[in-house]
Design a protein around this ligand. Structure first.
Ligand code: R5P
Length: 347
């Protein structure tokens, strides 16, 4: 049985969009590029939907190509594709898929982008540099996307780069539920923000987990990062949880771990939504004084990145539920107030 028959048929008719363009969204169909097939399969399982049929491959010269292998005329299409490594290929694949659905007369196209590459290039902080996150937003819109579904964007303001609706999700409920299950009492914990840019995120984790809040004063001088001071706390003798949106080279979060260890915390766990993991990140994580490194599955790990210290949690129920709600025109913020699934089932 699939979601189109499970959901009340009246819902589709009652909420059908008779917009100026005369579109009526009747059926939900979900497709994927090659960036993260395992996550796509899990989203399909959550929705109890068959994966849409589509060929996505590369020509011998490296050009991407795709062919939709079923009728999508007038349908509510969701394309799952994080723009993770190799970033330019996954992005180009996504653009080409959107273009194909547009030409195949899909009723509405939602690009589901669990990890939005180029997000860190979101401002012109020196002369003669691009704002590539804005360029990518323009490309997706011009290709034909009607909506974007994203998760833990590097900066929430990136939503404003799009002139189409963006639903911005968070992996926090799953990360927090896992941390909670470790069983530490709130008063033994401290949530650490690895830099001032992550204070808001850290404060939300404190709300969910309890404990105190500490912020690391991270300063960048050219390529040299200095993490010497800590504001807030107390941290001595506590269990530290350091959260970030992504771990790329591992420099920020491992630097933070070494600093709080030096300041006397008992144990450290680090958690991030996106396992960007490049350069010598794995080596840094291996050598960091941490118990466990927790990631969501927005980006698939490469085989040599699958080390015992790393724990992957799937965010497929969050994305699946959001897709269902967008299709049925139901609130997404309400979903975060009262999660309609058992988070523990996904550890
Ligand atoms: C910084 O603003 C971000 O939130 C991350 O802390 C940063 O991008 C991680 O990069 P890396 O792992 O290379 O330090």
């Amino acid at each position: 049985m699939n979601i189109n028959s499970v959901l009340k048929p009246s819902l589709f008719i009652a909420n059908a969009d008779f917009s100026a363009k005369g579109r009526i969204y009747m059926k939900l169909k979900i497709f994927s590029g090659n960036a993260n097939r395992p996550l796509f399969q899990k989203i399909c399982q959550y929705l109890d939907l068959e994966p849409g049929l589509m060929t996505v491959e590369a020509f011998p010269d490296g050009e991407s190509f795709c062919r939709i292998e079923e009728d999508v005329r007038g349908e509510d299409v969701f394309i799952v594709q994080p723009t993770c490594r190799p970033v330019n290929d996954t992005l180009m694949e996504l653009l080409i898929m959107i273009e194909s659905f547009k030409r195949a007369s899909a009723g509405r196209i939602t690009a589901v982008i669990p990890y939005f590459g180029y997000a860190r290039q979101d401002r012109k902080d020196e002369g003669r540099v691009p704002i590539t996150a804005k360029l990518v937003a323009n490309l997706l819109t011009r290709a034909g996307a009607d909506r974007i579904l994203a998760m833990d964007l590097h900066a929430a303001q990136i939503q404003g780069f799009f002139d189409i609706p963006v639903d911005h999700l968070s992996a926090s409920p799953i990360l927090d539920a896992y941390i909670n299950k470790l069983g530490y009492a709130a008063e033994e914990c401290v949530v650490v923000s690895p830099d001032e840019g992550s204070i808001k995120r850290a404060a939300k984790h404190v709300k969910a987990l309890g404990g105190s809040l500490a912020i690391i004063d991270k300063r960048r001088q050219g390529n040299v990062v200095e993490q010497a001071n800590l504001i807030g706390g107390p941290i001595e003798g506590r269990i530290a949880f350091i959260f970030d949106d992504m771990i790329s080279t591992g420099g920020s979060i491992c630097g933070a771990a070494h600093l709080v260890k030096k300041m006397g915390v008992k144990k450290i766990y680090i958690a991030a939504t996106h396992a960007v993991l490049c350069g010598n990140a794995i080596e840094q994580l291996q050598n960091a004084p941490v118990e466990e490194v927790v990631f969501s599955d927005t980006i698939p790990l490469l085989p040599d990145q699958q080390i015992p210290k790393i724990k992957i949690l799937t965010i497929s129920p969050i994305l699946g539920e959001a897709i269902k709600r967008i299709h049925c025109q139901e609130s997404i913020s309400k979903m975060f107030k009262d999660l309609p699934f058992d988070t523990g089932q996904y550890f």
